[in-house]
Design a protein around this ligand. Sequence first.
Ligand code: ADP
Ligand code: 5GP
Length: 222
Amino acid sequence: MTTKPRIVVLSAPSGGGKTTIARAVRERNPDRFGFSVSATTRKPRAGEREGVDYHFLPRSRFLEAVGASEFLEYAEYGGELYGTLKREVEKVQQSGQHVLLDIEVDGARQVRHQYPPPGSISIFILPSDPQVLLARLQSRKSESIEQIRWRIDRAEYELQQSTLFDRWVRNDDLETAVAEVVAIAEDTSGRSRDRKDFEWITSYGRGLQAAAQRLYDDKQKG
Ligand code: ADP
Ligand code: 5GP
């Protein structure tokens, strides 16, 4: 038996792996999952394509769309606006697939409000080790050191918000994480959060700050 299609919200601190996992989930299950392409006011990064990675909009056009109620949710992140377009979600829903959203935590809360579980399910993604999170964020080489700093500070807030999510997935081995996200979406995953997971999340912020401090110290020396 297959689960009724629903909205699958993936959130993570920057570098957590939500973009990679969302892409892999779709590639492995193209008939079951569709992706909603978000709108943003930020500039495209090298290799990003209009209508594929994002709909890149000038701020004035984005605000017009807000006024016209075109968004299911929207939020500001790093000084830029990001939003999920209702028409993108409806397009995927009409094809009978789960709708994958790769969005930050404030938007995730808005979606949950409008589609309470089981209409949506929210998944927070993180590598087990904060040092790995930092290494992955840096290895992508798409942000300046100032932007990395901001994203690490923001991770603290995101970790606090993560308790509002339905599930946490450890992104260590990619294939395992992808399989878990699919199982959660399809409601075939037996596992839920336990005390060990709570202890892990509670200490994560401290581990991340310590790893970040080492990074800043190294930058100052180098
Ligand atoms: P996010 O979208 O959450 O900011 P990305 O999906 O861009 O994160 O992942 C950050 C970096 O980590 C990317 O360079 C990606 O290739 C890498 N990455 C993601 N998941 C894994 C994994 N399980 N193992 C190794 N590298 C990973
Ligand atoms: P990036 O600039 O790295 O692509 O994305 C920055 C943050 O914005 C990420 O946390 C990403 O998940 C989030 N984001 C992308 N699209 C949306 C969206 O439509 N709505 C919200 N609320 N956040 C989004």
